[in-house]
Design a protein around this ligand. Sequence first.
Ligand code: ADP
Length: 239
Amino acid sequence: MEDVSVSFDGFRALNHLSLYIDDGELRCLIGPNGAGKTTLMDVITGKTKPDSGSVFFGQTIDLLELDEPAIAQAGICRKFQKPSVFDALTVFENLELALKTDKRTWPTLFHKLNSEQRDRIQDVLQTIALPAQQRQLAGALSHGQKQWLEIGMLLMQDPKVMLVDEPIAGMTHQEVERTAELLLSLQGQHSIVVVEHDMEFVRSIARKVTVLHEGSVLTEGTMDEVQNDPRVIQVYLGG
Ligand code: ADP
């Protein structure tokens, strides 16, 4: 994203913001409420079109030329804070549905899964550590397990970029640790942007943290670098 600005009724939610996420990188975005984190995600996914600036996916795909479905189709997907899985379907069926509703495979919606598709579902079940629960109804899962299932549903679509909004809200300590492991295991194959308020969690997953403030990038660096930055301390503590 280069020099992106977004205004709502004259209020600058993003102000000449530039951000570069590397291929396969796991990046954390932090910043106080109102800093522009949600608006930034909205711009990447096409929900909000900026007033100015440019947003490119790779060298050639101009995201400002694409609408939301086309951006999703290009491999950029988003997970919101609240898990949205189908409670009345089993874990396996949720993943099956995610696979079949991918536009590239939707003609197979009413077909039986082939062995390659079954293997993919089993791979994802391993990744999200839910193979033993595959026949359980999703509604019977714990909150943390539902979050992982939803990440698994995104994985079924083989995304290149995953935008993840506050993944550990409401999780137990153990679930938080498992979520950190999961996200770390996904970096490299996917670029992942995580918005999160819990600084310990951010420290446990991110090599690089971007701090937003008043719609711009205040600073970027390792967790140690940004936490010791006097501007960051001032923004968070208002000192
Ligand atoms: P964050 O996610 O970091 O809390 P947001 O991106 O939600 O920040 O919001 C940035 C600023 O833009 C906030 O002051 C918010 O009130 C404002 N804002 C966000 N969306 C809208 C909107 N649709 N209409 C008006 N103002 C908005």
